[in-house]
Design a protein around this ligand. Structure first.
Ligand code: HEM
Length: 447
């Protein structure tokens, strides 16, 4: 029997990777697999069903190690999911991320033609993510997964990316990440912002009402859609040396460079938000989960503390949007499960060492269009919503050397001009992470 929460959320049927907070620090691994033989693919799913984790969040996340599995549209096809069911998935998922590249701003160097193979190709069928508090436990989970596919002819591992979170939670640009997450009503998992009431579970898990009061469109049959969710993953290379060189060139001192870096992000490296600590970093605030996300922007409409164009404020403007825009921020929230890959550039080094580093950005949500794609295209890649149409997200937007960030300041505002691109898209996929019963249904398909 599936245990439900008071809100009806069937946690035992939902993969842990969707709602479960991660240990910190952790070691992780992403694998992509191709299914060349339908029967072998179903056998893989049958075996994975036994080792993928679901269930209530443990009270001690540091004790856990777990595996999550998701499928691309091509992957569901390779498994032989019936046509009517394939048709019932979200149009963006059916198209795949590479087909959406132009809309997402993935053009030129960021375009699918330049993506790391096999990302964005029809070969990507299954995405596996293993996560664990340390390398030893990661190897144990990865070995379990390996036993699931190693002897299966007709299932091939085609990509591997190791990833991690440092003990200080800093990512390649030097900032702590993963702080801002929504609370999910009925999940029992606390959110990080006490000022944001929990978001309806249907925004993140299929089969439940969302913020509009309706059930989000769910793939059919119900056994396949229910308790599943869409997952977006993007491998994003960060040009850390270029970022450091830029800040050094545009500022007169290290203190000013640090301030401008924080203005670009909306937080200081420690995670302390500019909204609460506008003038200097406050490591105690950054480290305090009770306080480091307990803020809004309503008292700072013009962005003197945190510019409206800062990455985190664009990605979640909280209460700062003009009422006339009639935008309900709660319709554009997302669970993020991003993680670092590649070695960190040593502190203070300005020269590029040629290493591949960055973030495997991971989104979890039920609405690819109004959550991930909306935030990426309307809020990160565009400035219309904050009254600066020519500006893009200064850190992660598709900047090209002609764009800028306006930094309100008294007596005169500052502008960070000629922003180059600091992030390059290496590729990605739209996936569907089914619930546990759905995995069994997939494994038992007969046609
Ligand atoms: C290499 C690319 C990226 C980097 C380095 C990056 C970095 C960061 C950092 C440092 C924060 C502040 C810490 C926090 O609030 O958790 C943040 C917040 C956030 N980012 Fe990103 N990010 C990247 C890409 C993206 C993308 C592509 C999206 C969405 C499409 C996104 C959405 C968000 C959201 C929703 C928040 C939380 C905002 C809040 O609730 O205040 N980020 N990011």
């Amino acid at each position: 029997m599936t245990a439900t929460t008071p809100s009806g959320l069937e946690l035992d049927d939902i993969q842990s990777g969707a709602l479960h907070p991660r240990p910190s620090p952790y070691a992780g691994r992403h694998l992509l697999l191709r299914i060349d033989d339908r029967a072998a693919g179903r056998e893989l799913v049958r075996r994975l069903h036994g080792i993928v984790d679901a269930g209530r969040p443990s009270s001690d996340p540091a004790g856990d190690a777990w595996l999550t599995v998701a499928f691309t549209y091509q992957g569901l096809k390779a498994l032989g999911v019936p046509e009517a069911s394939l048709e019932s998935f979200a149009p963006q998922f059916k198209e795949g991320m590479a087909a959406r590249a132009g809309l997402l701003g993935d053009v030129g160097d960021n375009g699918p033609a330049n993506w790391e193979k096999p990302l964005g190709t029809p070969d990507v069928h299954v995405a596996l993510a293993a996560l664990s508090p340390d390398a030893a436990r990661l190897e144990a989970v990865a070995e379990q997964a390996r036993r699931g596919y190693a002897d299966l002819r007709g299932v091939e591992v085609i990509w591997r990316q190791d990833c991690y979170q440092l003990p200080n939670e800093r990512t390649s640009f030097g900032f702590k990440d993963g702080i801002g997450q929504p609370a999910v009503e009925g999940s029992g998992i606390a959110g990080s912002n006490p000022r944001e009431p929990p978001i309806k579970p249907g925004e993140f898990i299929l089969g439940y009402p969302d913020e509009t009061g309706a059930l989000p469109p769910m793939p059919t049959p119900e056994v396949l859609g229910r308790n599943g969710t869409y997952v977006v993953f993007r491998k994003l290379h960060t040009r850390v040396a270029a970022y450091r060189q830029y800040l050094q060139a545009k500022t007169a001192s290290r203190a000013q460079a640090a301030l401008m870096g924080a203005k670009m992000v909306g937080r200081w490296p420690s995670g302390a938000p500019l909204a609460l600590s506008p003038d200097r970093d406050d490591p105690a605030l950054g480290a305090d989960p009770q306080r480091n996300n307990a803020f809004s922007y309503g008292d700072d409409p013009r962005g003197f503390k945190c510019p409206a164009g800062a990455h985190a404020r664009r990605a979640n403007p909280r209460d700062a949007l003009d009422a006339e825009m009639l935008t309900d921020v709660r319709l554009h929230r997302m669970i993020r499960r991003g993680t670092s890959y590649g070695p960190m550039l040593p502190e203070g080094q300005l020269e590029d060492d040629g290493a591949d580093r960055g973030i495997v950005f991971v989104f979890v949500g039920t609405h690819l269009d109004r959550q991930f794609e909306f935030v990426k295209t309307q809020w990160l890649n565009d400035g219309i919503f904050i009254g600066t149409p020519a500006e893009k997200d200064p850190l992660v937007g598709p900047n090209d050397g002609t764009t800028a960030l306006t930094v309100p300041h008294r007596p005169i505002r500052r502008r960070l001009q000629e922003l180059p691109p600091f992030v390059v898209t290496r590729g990605g996929e739209y996936c569907f992470a089914p619930g546990m019963r759905a995995l069994r249904w997939l494994a038992e398909l007969e046609n």
